[in-house]
Each structure stands twice: as structure tokens, then as C-alpha cells.
Design a protein. Structure first.
Length: 425
């Protein structure tokens, strides 16, 4: 059965329109582009470039191929090469593989880890299947979408109801598939919650962890083996000259289709055909509505109620930022002071910088963190984990960097988020 599933998955990957150009895999160039905050930055995003969550003064950074510099010049942008990464080898992996690129866990291993944790700690952990990935809905491989609820179980805990007795912290990784640090942080967080002093914090708190929010996309990433494919989006869609898929962090139904996203299906920030078009996004939104009370009235300036509980953290990489709503605008939310204080508390523990995306990087719409606050009033944050450069910087740092560099910074931030989730406002 496993070998048959592996064959189906590999065939689905091979028969899908390739993310690589027709002339084969090419090196990835990261280009430094002068684009000050405001009109220039938003124009760069609006043209559909793969603009990274990184800024250095007036410069943004764009990922592309050897031809991207020429396209930027044609669009009126100067650029210089910051770094070059060799092309991936495109060798789809078997579902039986547990690791790739020196120790990063595959989708299969991550999902098995959830089941193994629940089996080993039945008084603490419960696996929840909250949907299916796009490929699974099409009968072409794919995966269950799974979360792990971790708490010291009492009646009513881990139930899919917003009236559950305990406040909830929700943490997810790899919504953008290529951000492999985040899946590893989720793995380590799960192990820490069931096997360290953090367990003592679970008397009056539920922690929900989704280590892989975009499993179809991660399957493409891990297909490169020791040269992971830098795939960002899910696997839904076609494109003749670039990566297939929809950017799941531009597809959520909060100010969808406005700033910082693209209607070009080949763009890395392709927003999809409509708000919430993607099954992975709809499944997350449905789960959040089951986990959290709606405590915020409609309107961009309305504040959530003072008795709101919970928090949501979406881990991304890279840039060393803690970001909070709004992302679609530099307008302040009704709970700006509290969100800003929580973000600063987290950032101060790691040397990160806290702020709204438009204050630090650029504005973009259709993000899941905006949706969580917009729809439910729950405080939501994006963590951009990892430096822009150096041995442990970028999307695919050596696996040793996770234990040596990233986890020591992220763990205290997670503890801060656990405590803040009980009475955030």
C-alpha cells in the first residue's frame, strides 16, 4: 500500500506542470533592489516579483533566475546579485523517506510524529484531522491536513468548539513550503511541550500545532533532496514559465486581492481566482472558527473585546521580524497597543524587530494573520525566523542551525506566546 501511494504521489508530481522553466532547473539568484518603503516597494510587489520578507534600509531582495535582473531593469529597477544558489536536481522522493537535506523531516515523517506523540502521551496529546490538501482532493496523492492539540486533558479539552474551557495558542509552520526552518521549529515545540518544564504550563492552556500547513508544496521542496526546491506556493494551478500553485498567504479573505499580491498565476504571490479559493486556506479558517470566539465587530478600526483569549502564530522565514496586523495597510488596528506590546515582548527575547509589515517591509493583503484578527479579533503574529545572510541565514540553512541557532531564539518566544494567550488584551 505504501509503495502504491508513493508511486501515485511521484506520478502526480511528475505529471503536474513543472515549476521549473522549459530549459530545465536554473540557479536561484537573490537580487538586492533599491525600493524604499511606499510607492517603489508596492510597485515592485505589484509587478509579481518574488519579494522576500527582508529589508536593508531602502533595499528589498528579490528571488529569481538568471534572467530576473534583466526583467527588473526593463521595469525600471536597478539590482545587484546578493547570492546565487545552485539548481535543484528534481528527483521526487518516496513516501517512506523520513528526512532530506541533512535531517529536515519530510511531510510523511511530520504527520507520523503527530500520531506517535499522541500514542505516547494520551493524557496530553490529541491528533485532529482538519481537512485535505489540494492534491488529495483531486485523487492524485496529497495528504491529510493535521493538527496536534496538547494540554493536560480534562473533559471538554481539545473539542472543536469556541466555548472550550481553556484559552488556546495556535502555532503553524510551512504555510510557505520552502521555509523549512519553521517545520523543524514546530517539531521541536511538540517534543518540548510533552517532555520538559513547558508541560507545567498546560494545566490551563491548550496548544495547537500544525507543523506543515502546506504539505503538497513541501513535497515539492523535499523532492530536491540535498538541494531543496525553493517552492513557495501550494500545488494547485498551472504555469508555463514559473512555479505552479497559489500563495496561501495571499489567498485568505481579509482584504483579498488588494495590495502586494498578483493576478499572474506564475507569480510567487499569485492570489488565486478568488478569496479563500484554496482548500488549505479554507480548512485553516474553518478550524480557527471552531477554536476561537468571534470577539470583534466588523470594520477595520473596531477593537476586539477585552475578554478575548488565545493567540495565533504563523512561523515564516526569514528576516528576524515579529509582525502583526494590519499587513494590508499601515493603518492601526483597534488593538494596536496590545498587539504591539506582545510583539515587542516576543521580539526582545530573540533580538528580532517588531512592527507592522508596512512599517518594516511592505504591505500585502490576503494574509492569514490579518484574517485571524479581522474575522475573530484574536491576536495574530507572523514570525520571520532567521537572518538574511550567513551560514544559518536564508530559506535552507544547514540542519545543524536549527538546534544551535534558531531553536534557542524561538523557544523563549513560544513561551511568551503561551503566557500571552491567556489574557492578551
Amino acid at each position: 500500500m505504501r509503495s502504491a501511494l508513493a508511486l501515485i504521489t511521484c506520478l502526480a508530481l511528475l505529471l503536474s506542470p513543472s515549476p521549473a522553466p522549459a530549459d530545465g532547473p536554473q540557479a536561484t539568484h537573490v537580487l538586492r533592489v533599491p525600493a524604499p518603503k511606499g510607492e517603489a516597494a508596492q510597485r515592485l510587489l505589484g509587478l509579481g516579483y518574488d519579494v522576500l520578507e527582508q529589508r536593508d534600509g531602502d533595499d528589498l531582495f528579490v528571488a529569481g533566475d538568471p534572467h530576473t535582473a534583466a526583467r527588473l531593469a526593463a521595469d525600471g529597477f536597478r539590482s545587484s546579485v546578493e547570492s546565487v544558489r545552485p539548481p535543484s536536481q528534481w528527483t521526487p522522493r518516496s513516501l517512506s523517506d523520513a528526512t532530506y537535506y541533512g535531517g529536515y523531516r519530510t511531510v510523511t515523517a511530520q504527520l507520523a510524529h503527530l500520531d506517535e506523540t499522541a500514542a505516547a502521551h494520551p493524557g496530553l496529546a490529541t491528533v485532529v484531522d482538519y481537512g485535505d490538501s489540494w492534491r488529495k482532493t483531486q485523487g492524485g496523492g496529497g495528504y491529510d491536513l493535521k493538527a496536534l492539540c496538547i494540554t493536560k486533558k480534562r473533559p471538554g479539552d481539545c473539542a472543536l468548539t469556541p466555548s472550550a474551557p481553556k484559552p488556546r495558542l495556535f502555532v503553524m509552520g510551512q504555510l510557505h513550503a520552502r521555509e523549512i526552518t519553521t517545520g523543524d521549529m514546530a517539531w521541536r515545540f511538540i517534543d518540548d511541550l510533552v517532555g520538559s518544564d513547558l508541560t507545567a504550563l498546560l494545566d490551563d492552556l491548550e496548544v495547537w500545532v500544525v507543523p506543515i500547513a502546506n504539505p503538497d508544496g513541501v513535497e515539492i521542496v523535499e523532492s530536491g533532496g540535498d538541494t531543496p526546491v525553493l517552492h513557495r506556493k501550494n500545488a494547485h494551478g498551472t504555469c508555463a514559465s514559473g512555479p505552479l500553485g497559489v500563495d496561501l498567504n495571499r489567498n485568505a479573505g481579509s482584504h483579498w486581492g488588494e495590495v502586494g499580491s498578483s493576478t499572474n498565476r506564475c507569480s510567487e504571490t499569485y492570489q488565486g481566482t478568488r478569496a479563500d479559493s484554496e482548500v488549505e486556506v479554507r480548512a485553516l479558517e474553518s478550524l480557527w472558527r471552531k477554536l476561537y470566539r468571534d470577539t470583534r465587530a466588523p470594520g477595520d478600526t473596531a477593537a476586539a473585546a477585552p475578554d478575548t483569549t488565545g493567540a495565533v502564530v504563523s512561523m515564516h522565514s526569514y528576516g528576524d521580524y515579529v509582525l502583526f496586523p494590519w499587513g494590508w495597510s499601515t493603518q492601526k488596528t483597534g488593538n494596536d497597543a496590545a498587539l504591539r506590546a506582545m510583539a515587542q515582548d516576543m521580539a526582545s527575547l530573540s533580538g528580532f524587530t517588531a512592527g507592522q509589515p508596512g512599517e518594516l517591509l511592505y504591505n500585502s493583503s490576503g494574509a492569514t494573520d490579518d484574517w485571524v484578527y479581522d474575522d475573530l479579533g484574536v491576536p495574530s503574529f507572523v514570525w520571520e525566523i532567521g537572518a538574511a545572510s550567513g551560514r544559518c541565514g536564508g530559506f535552507v540553512p544547514p540542519f545543524s542551525c536549527q538546534a544551535d541557532v534558531h531553536w534557542p531564539k524561538v523557544r523563549p518566544m513560544l513561551v511568551s506566546a503561551m503566557k500571552a494567550a491567556k489574557h492578551p488584551y
